[in-house]
Design a protein around this ligand. Structure first.
Ligand code: GUN
Length: 284
């Protein structure tokens, strides 16, 4: 049986560490506040936003909620973001995606001040990541690195294959693995002979967006598999991009869905929120 990488436990460990850190900062009179904006009431977004607010309460970070109607104009949202950029009480701004079609997501992301970009989506944050400068890291890929490190899985020198090239997961994942001295391949929907490329991986990271797509034919014996997908199968059960039953005889370690990568995204968001106030006690 493979080792099951427990994202829920690791995420709790991180949140507990952050809670201790925040407690000390609070005693020194330093507080963090995350502004969370949701436009419309997509049920999945509501669940994510509520989980983020719950995590803030757990860690000891203040959160402010902005719930805007589905028909909100782009300008109204941009004005709100600008107001929060200028608000000294707000340390982090999160605009839950996706946004309704009348709003240009890129424009909104670019309007968030890079100093408050706790999602790590602003082009300045992305640039900092690629050149190895300090900045906010995209939460899901940063969570994957923590899962590996805290499970004692070495990254340096490993062949890592990422399937998926999104701005939120695949691309920042490649940058972070490079930073850890891995050899990185990014495969995607146009990749030829995906099976043989995936089979090179010591660590395979799957963010392809297709339920149970990865079977054991894609996996080298003993590989570590990180499943970033989240879907519902025919029985309405949650499942990932990896057919975990099929691959369990070949992998050495795997993240479950749910309870793998998912909880890590929020833990790393909390880390980014704490990052906005870190070190302030020395300066106070
Ligand atoms: N929608 C799905 N995932 C995310 C995320 O990590 N951040 C934001 N802002 N929206 C999302």
């Amino acid at each position: 049986m493979p080792y099951i990488i427990d994202g829920k436990a690791i995420s709790k460990q991180i949140k507990d560490e952050l809670r201790d850190e925040v407690e000390k900062l609070t005693e020194a009179g330093i507080n963090a506040c995350l502004a969370v904006i949701q436009v419309g009431n997509d049920p999945a977004s509501t669940v994510y936003v509520n989980n983020k607010k719950k995590a803030c309460a757990y860690v000891g970070i203040n959160s402010r909620s902005y719930e805007l109607p589905e028909d909100t104009s782009e300008q109204t949202l941009l004005d709100l973001v600008q107001k929060l950029n200028e608000d000294p009480e707000v340390n982090g701004i999160l605009v839950q995606l996706p946004l309704p079609k009348q709003i240009d997501e890129d424009k909104v992301i670019r309007t968030i001040s890079p100093d408050k970009d706790v999602d790590g989506f602003h082009p300045v944050s992305v640039g900092r990541l690629w050149i190895g400068e300090k900045g906010f890291l995209s939460c899901t890929p940063a969570g994957v690195i923590q899962l590996l490190k805290r499970s004692g899985i070495e990254i340096e020198g490993k062949e890592c294959v990422i399937i998926g090239r999104s701005n939120i997961v695949g691309k920042p994942m490649a940058a972070l693995l490079l930073r850890e001295n891995a050899t990185v391949t990014v495969a995607h929907s146009k990749t030829k002979d995906l099976k043989s490329i995936a089979k090179r991986a010591d660590i395979l990271i799957v963010a392809i967006g297709k339920a149970k797509f990865i079977t054991k034919d894609y996996i080298k014996e003993g590989a570590v598999v990180i499943d970033v997908g989240m879907h519902r199968d025919e029985q309405n059960h949650l499942c990932g991009d990896v057919d975990c039953e099929d691959v369990s005889s070949v992998v050495s370690a795997i993240t479950p869905v749910p309870g793998g990568v998912g909880p890590m995204t929020i833990a790393m968001l909390m880390n980014n929120c704490v990052e906005t106030i870190r070190g302030r006690e020395e300066r106070a």
